[in-house]
Ligand binder design. Structure first.
Ligand SMILES: CC(C)(COP(=O)(O)OP(=O)(O)OC[C@H]1O[C@@H](n2cnc3c(N)ncnc32)[C@H](O)[C@@H]1OP(=O)(O)O)[C@@H](O)C(=O)NCCC(=O)NCCS
Length: 180
């Protein structure tokens, strides 16, 4: 059974389970959503990512999660915590937060609402020393969200990945508390 990690006003964040891959493929794998993150994935890649998330949750107590909309009971996003694993990143192993929200739910504040809960989780139960977020410079929605969450631009951590340049923002527990 899935673990519920957090509940917010409109959303429930829960761990992924065997069999969730098809829903991920159906609702989150569109060219628009995946535009800045490598394009739509093959079913096998989604399966592999879910397997990795489940193993990470079992091993480390954190992972990416399904975002469930309370009003409809539907999955509306995928977000959470992983470790920086791009071989070219200067800070491999840091706690990295990330997100995608279903296209027909954009602009309702869901990413913001879900990520407040994820960051609280990171700094309380997970006890991350700090979190980072990584995005493509052209992904304005994503870096604006980072800034809105109170994250700090870290050009010292920028790097060149296989598919192009990536930029980073970071946040400490102290910065999160003062932003609140
Ligand atoms: C980034 C994303 C998760 C935002 O989801 P969302 O639920 O629409 O975001 P919210 O409504 O919570 O908006 C939060 C803030 O993000 C920023 N933002 C979101 N969409 C934006 C857009 N289209 N243009 C500019 N800023 C945007 C704004 O700062 C916004 O705050 P504001 O409404 O007060 O201006 C969504 O666009 C998405 O899924 N994108 C594709 C996946 C992706 O690229 N993920 C990031 C990988 S690094």
């Amino acid at each position: 059974m899935a673990d519920i990690i957090a509940e917010t006003e409109r959303l429930i964040l829960r761990t992924v389970e065997d069999g969730d891959e098809a829903e991920h493929a159906r609702l989150l794998n569109s060219p628009t959503i995946m535009k800045f993150i490598g394009g739509p994935m093959e079913p096998a890649e989604i399966e592999q990512r879910h397997a990795k998330a489940m193993a990470m949750y079992a091993r480390e107590g954190f992972s990416f999660l399904f975002v469930i909309e309370k009003a409809s009971g539907e999955m509306v996003g995928y977000c959470g915590i992983k470790r920086v694993d791009d071989p070219a990143a200067p800070n491999k192993g840091d706690h990295e937060i990330g997100w995608k929200i279903r296209e027909d739910r954009w602009g309702r504040g869901y990413a913001s609402e879900a990520m407040h809960a994820v960051i609280d989780w990171a700094f309380t139960r997970v006890q991350a020393p700090h979190v980072v977020a990584i995005t493509a410079p052209d992904n304005m929605a994503s870096w604006k969200l980072m800034a809105k969450l109170g994250m700090v631009r870290r050009d010292d951590l920028d790097f060149e990945a296989d598919h192009g340049p990536l930029i980073q923002y970071s946040l400490t527990a102290d910065q999160w508390e003062s932003a609140a």
